[in-house]
Design a protein. Structure first.
Length: 128
């Protein structure tokens, strides 16, 4: 089972996204802040992080930088209701896997998550 960490300062988003992803068979962890997310990253084996861009304290871009410093291969999808082209470009340049605008429908979120899962599959090595 893949483990996804959702980071958002809005508790309702955490509840809704958790329910949607758990229904799809994912194990879901949640954090209300960037600091809490980094603590979870230290102690958990994560397959994907979904994080809001705009949060008090540590914003999503700063969190992305910390995540990538610890694990450059861990996919991160940025979520925001305040999207601009500049912010999307900055997030992608700093290593975000993708960028999704709030509000989004559940099917779109599931598609993004499954795409990450598919592209990060570890294929068996064939030896002769």
């Amino acid at each position: 089972m893949e483990t996804i960490l959702i980071v958002d300062d809005e508790k309702n988003y955490l509840r809704v996204l958790s329910a949607v992803l758990e229904e799809e068979g994912y194990e879901v962890l949640t954090a209300l802040s960037g600091r809490e997310a980094l603590e979870i990253q230290e102690t958990s084996d994560l397959d994907l992080i979904l994080t809001d861009m705009k949060m008090p304290g540590m914003d999503g871009i700063k969190l992305l930088e910390h995540i990538k410093a610890k694990d450059p291969d861990l996919p991160v999808i940025m979520m925001t209701a305040h999207g601009t082209v500049d912010k999307a470009v900055e997030a992608m340049q700093k290593g975000a896997y993708s960028y999704i605008l709030k509000p989004f429908d559940n099917e779109r979120l599931i598609l993004y998550v499954k795409t990450v899962s598919y592209t990060h599959l570890t294929l068996p090595t064939i030896t002769e």
